[in-house]
Design a protein around this ligand. Sequence first.
Ligand code: ATP
Ligand code: MG
Length: 572
Amino acid sequence: MRWSKTFIPTLKEDPQDAEAASHKLMVRAGLIRRLSSGAYIYLPAGLKSLKKAESIVREEMGRSAAVELLMPSLQPPELWKRTGRYDDIGEVMIKYTDRHGKEVALGPTHEEVVTDLVSREVRSYKDLPLTLYQIQTKFRDEVRPRFGVVRSCEFLMKDAYSFDVDAESMERSYKTMYDAYCRIFDRCGLSYLPVEADPGLMGGTVSHEFMVPTDIGEDRIVVCPSCGYAASTEVAAVKASAAAGQSTDPKSPEEVRTPGASTVQDVSAFLKVKPSDLIKTLIYVADGEAVAVLIRGDHEANDAKIKRHLGARSLELANEKKVEEVTGGAMGFSGPVGLSLRIVADNAVRNMAHAVTGANEKDKHLRNVDPGKDFSVKEWIDARVITAEDPCPKCGSGIELKYAIEVGHTFKLGTKYTEPLNAMFLDDNGKQRPIIMGCYGIGVNRILASLIETSHDADGIIWSRALAPYEAVVIPAKKEDEKISREAERVYAELAQAGVDVILDDRDKSAGVKFKDADLVGFPFQVIIGKKGMETGSVEVKTRSAAKPEFVKKENLLGTMKGDVSPPQNKL
Ligand code: ATP
Ligand code: MG
C-alpha cells in the first residue's frame, strides 16, 4: 500500500471529547472517527487492525472445532420473553415496531436465537457436542457509552455457544474455549489476566472473565502477587475476622437528631464518628420482596454476592416510596432496630459495638447500637466488596485491587436457555434431556482499544506485530532525491514480496512529519531510506518499541524483521 493512495487522516491535536488514551490515539492515528454517541466509523487503517484481530479469533475458533455461522441482528422479542430476559435486559435492548405493527429487536447478544435454532435442529446425543460461533455486530443502548470503541452502542462481538449432553462434557467444551481464549489474547500481544467471575444464577461452577488491567477499566479485579489468585471483586470472598466478643460496657441506644444527614459521610461528619462506626442499612427489592442488608459504613455492598445468597433473579435498591413503606421512615435514615423485615448482614457488622445507625425516622439516628443486643440477625454472610486491606481469599497474603477492561468472558450456562426454549435431545437410553450449554464472548473492538490503552507512549501507539495496521512503513528521508525514492520503492517491493504487510510513505511531506506519523500510528518497524545508509549499502531500521534506530545491511533487512517485536508485556 502507498500512503498517498490510502486514507489515514492523522491529527496533531487530541479530540476534545476523548478521555482515554486509547480513544485519543485511535482518533489521532486515523483509525476511527465518531459518527454519533456510541457509534464509530472504522477508517481503512483501523479496519485493517480490526480484521487482523478477527482473523486470529477465527483461526483459534477453528482450531477448537467451533463452527462459524451468521445469525441476523433482527430478532423476535418473543424468544426473549420465553427465557424471561425481555424484562431483565430492559432499555439496553434497542427495539422498534415494523410496518406491520410487530416489535423487532436489534440483537444485543444471541443466546436465545442460537438455542432456538438448536432446539429445532438437534435431536440426539449423536449430534452433540456442538460449538457454534459468529463474529457479528451487536446493538446495545448503553447507559454510558464511553472511551470510544471500549463501550459503544454498536460493536463487534465474537459469540460462541457450546451444546453438550452433560456437565462433564460441557466442562471439556468450556476448557477448550478457555484455552482458545488464552491463545487468542497471547497472539494479539495483550497483557491480559483470566479472573474468576460471577457464575450468575448457575451457581457452583466458576466462570471466567478475561481482563486487561488499566486505570480506565470499569471492572475491578483482585490479584494476589503471592499465590496468583485473580478474581473479579464481584466474587472475591472476604474472610470473616474472629468475633470481637460483646462489649464490656453495655449502653442503651440513644436517639440523636441528624437533620438532613442521610449519607454515611454526612452522618459521620455531623456526629464526629468514623464511617467504620456506622451501620448502613440498605433496603433492596429482590424479585419483588424487600430485604434489609447491613454493611459497615466504610464498606461497599456487593450486589453480586447478595443476589447469589438470596437466589434472586433481580436485585435493586428500593426507591424512596418503598423504603418509607417498609421501614416507616425516610430514605437515608433506615436502621435494623425494631425493623420487621428480612435482615441479611455482612460478617464485619458482627464485630461492631456502640454503632450508629438510622432510626427509621426522618432526621434521626441511633447511637450505641450493639448487634445481637439491640437487633438480631439470622443471616450473617459475606455481603461486601473486598478491600485492599483484606487478605487473599486463597493464601491469606496481601492483595492488590486493580481496574480492568473485560475483553472476553467464558460462562457456564447449564440449562438456563435450553429448558425454556425446549432444546432437548434423546440420550442413549432414549430419554429426553435438556442440552447443557456454555457461552463465550469476545469484544473484538476492545481487543484493539485495550492493547492501545496499555501499549503506547507520548508519541503514539505501540502495536503488537499481529494487530498493527501495517507491520512496517518504508520512509524515504528525502523523497525529491530520485535515488532515495528509487531505493525506497525497491525496499518496499522486496518487503511486500517477502510477505511483510508494508506501507510506503510516498506522500509529499517532510521527513519530520512522516517520522511523527509513523510513531503516532505505531507501525512495529520503520525502515528509513536515507543518504547515509545508501552510501554504506544499508537501511536504517527503527522498531517502534526500541529507543534508537539501527543501521542494517540491506541483505539483512528481512532477517531483522523475523525477530519478535511485540510490545513489552506489562507485568501483571
Ligand atoms: P460490560 O460489563 O463491559 O458491559 P458485558 O458483561 O455486558 O460487558 P457481554 O455481554 O459478556 O459483556 O459481552 C461479551 C463481550 O463483548 C464483553 O466481554 C466485551 O468485551 C464486549 N462488549 C460488551 N459490551 C460492549 C460495548 N458496549 N462496547 C464494546 N464491547 C462490548
Ligand atoms: Mg454490558
